[in-house]
Every structure is written in structure tokens, then in C-alpha cells.
Design a protein around this ligand. Sequence first.
Ligand code: TYD
Ligand code: MG
Length: 449
Amino acid sequence: MAGKKTYYQCTNCSYEHPKWLGRCPECGSWNTFTEEIKAAPSASGSSRKAAQPQQLADIPEEPSFRIASSITELDNVLGGGMVRGSSILVGGEPGIGKSTLMLQLLAAMRHEKVLYVAGEESAAQIKNRAKRLSVHERHVTILCETRIEHIHSVLRKLKPDAVVIDSVQTLVSEEIGLVPGTVNQVKHGCMIFADWAKQTGSAVFLVGHVTKEGSLAGPKVIEHMVDTVLYFEQGQAGVRLIRAVKNRFGSVDEVGFFTMESDGLKPVTDPGSFFLEHREGKLPAGITSAVIYEGTRAYLVEIQALTVDAKGSYPRVYSDKIEVSRVSRVMAVMEKHLGISFAGQDVYVNVAGGIRLNEVGIELPLALALYSARSGRPLSRNISAAGEITLAGEIRPTAFLDQRMKTSIAMGFDRMIGPVQAHNFRGYTGCTSIQEALQAAYGPDASGA
Ligand code: TYD
Ligand code: MG
């Protein structure tokens, strides 16, 4: 590849052109073009003026920092809408609904100028999807294009408030080579558009497929280059979850819930008992209902545990919805402080609805499920639990206990077991230790097997 490339740039508006021009086609100024040199394969973005130091106090405050889309489930995950000037990666397996969500998002942004860049689908295919979603808004512009330089120049002309690039794996830059989807192509495209967002104050959504075979560079390779990383994943109960795994402008503990219907993604605004198996009669052994609090709301989730004689010489913990290290730690605390032995046992842990949990409040319900599985004693179905367990076997205070209790009561549980905290709910048992919690749940004779 050639080392240096000469081009001409308007000193007024940064418009670039390979030849000298008397009048800038972008801003109309005369005699503003100067010769510039850029090293290939540099990003077009790197040709901008070098930054100058400035006093923190002199930096003007951004007037309206965020754009809300009115798709509340998504806005919440973003921390209250998308931040102007930010880049947001939306990852997920093919078919999960990324393109659908993005089109619905742009359609919902009625007061903004928005652009959907389609690299995978034709305009007619997008029109079909829009029809299915009843999207008739006139503010959405579609560009079917994969060449980075061309998309970049359209962006400069159109200056949209928000743009979706679907997907990063289809982007190609001739500077990088002709094969889309390589790590370099994906990174280069991401850099150009994230940089463009920062310079112009637009919000850029970069869609990336998570692929199993690894023939395409996955979204992981650009996670560090963007401000926010969202993953869209499938739960078992037909629900699709979107969560932030990185958010420079908000927390990462809000989860958005959707179901895919024949006319698009519909929010599940009240997930309260969505993740409970609705059973009749007594619960089987190994099941507990956990009161989870993520982001801004509480909901109930069924935790399932099973212990069986180990198949191999080393017993194992199988758990992909709750981290294995957390399960092992809770088991170790139970061995030490309750005298319950898991020696020679393979342990399986699952969460109904396929939702992944990394909230500390699941530890107590997890311990109760493990006890129930190991002892064969089912837990009464009207009991829910939440609480964090220390290595010393204590139950730590848990955030948002009031909201958890209210949700638990609303979902028909008349008892809840958790940490000792000030409250005035009937049916709540506060416990200082895992022993106390076990006895509250299973009666005074509950102990290590
Ligand atoms: P899509 O958004 O294309 O997924 P991705 O971009 O993540 O690959 O859509 C995923 C699936 O959803 C597809 O199989 C068709 C289905 N679908 C519906 O069930 N209802 C709808 O309204 C739409 C638009 C799609
Ligand atoms: Mg798609």
C-alpha cells in the first residue's frame, strides 16, 4: 500500500476532495482549500485538526445530552436514552432481532433526522420489514451501501442525529482490502464512525453479529472502541433480553425485555413474574424463587439446582446462567457453615427463562435451592428470597429491599427471607446468617445433611 496520499481540505468545514477546488461544494466558501497529506491507510477521521489544550472550566456544557427514543426498554438500558456523540455497539446472534429493533428505534425518533445504513439487505427488504412493523414515518432515510468512504461522505452531507450501521461485518474500505468482515475492516469502520459521532454529536449504532464459527470478526474486537456495548440475547420463555455490558454513560445493570411478535418487538414492561414457571401444587425439590433487582425494577426468577453422584473422578459445577465461581463459593460457605457436604457430587444450576444473573441478591435463594436439591426437601411455594452471603456465612444487607418485597407480595408470595433490615412488611423474615435463613425456610430441624 502507498505510504502518503495528497488531498485537499476546506479549512472552513473540513470537506475533503482529491483535487483542488476554488469553491467548497459543502459550505460554499471560496479559496479555502489547502493541500493536506495523509498516510495510508489512515482513517479519514485522523485528518482532523490536532487538539489544543483547553481549560476544563472553559468547556461549554452540552445542552441536551441525551436523545430519548420512546422505546423505554431500550432507553433504560442506555441509561436514559442515547448520548449525543456516542457510539453504541449492538451485538447478538443472527435472527435475534437486531435489525428489527434498530428500525423500530429510528422510527420512534420522530423529531430527529435518522439514517439506516443497510449492508445486508436491499431497500425492498427493508421496506417489507417496515411494512410489517407499521413503520411509515417519513423521517427515516435508508442507504444501502457497504463502502466506508462512501457512507462517511453521505454522513457528512446528511448530518443525521442518529445513524445505524447494519452491520459492521459488511463494511469495506478499499484502504484496508476488498474482503469485508476481517478484523481490520471491522475495526477500521468502527473507528471512522465512532470518531464521526464524537466530532458531530450524533449517535451511532453499530450492529455486530455474534457468530459461532468465527469466520467473521465478532463484535468483541470493537468493544473497547465504542462507548456503550449492548447485547441482545434469547431467553427460554420466548423473551429476548437486551443488556449493557459496558456503558460509559450509565450503569450496566438495567435489562430490557422484549418479545418478538408478528409485527415486531414488543416491550415486556412488567417482567414481575415473567421468569417463574407457573406450577400447580407443591414445588419439586431444588427450586427457589429469587427476587432480583436490576436497573430500576424488581422481578422474580426461578432458580433450579440438582445434585447427583459425580460421573468423573472430579466433581463439577455446571452453571451457565449464574457464574460457576459464585455457585462454588456459595457451596463452600454451605459446607463450612452448615456442614452440608457436596463431596463427590456434580452440581447443576439453572435459571428458568434462560436469563443470566449477576446480581448479588441471588446468593441466598441459590443456597436455599442447593440445600433443597441436596436434602430432597422442597421449599414451600409461597416463599421468596434475596440476599448476599459473605464468606463467613452472614447475610449482608441488600439494596432495594422494599421494592423487592413489594414485587414479591404483588406476585403472590406471602413470605420472603432476606437480610435483617428496617422494614414494615408482614411475612418478611430477616436473617443474620445462612443458618438462620435455612431454618426460616425449612423449619428448626433444617441442618447439614
Ligand atoms: P432480524 O431483526 O432480521 O434479526 P437480526 O438482524 O438480529 O439477524 O429478525 C429476526 C427474526 O425475527 C426473523 O427471523 C424474522 C422475525 N420477525 C418477526 O417474528 N416479526 C417481525 O415483525 C419481524 C420484523 C421479524
Ligand atoms: Mg439483521
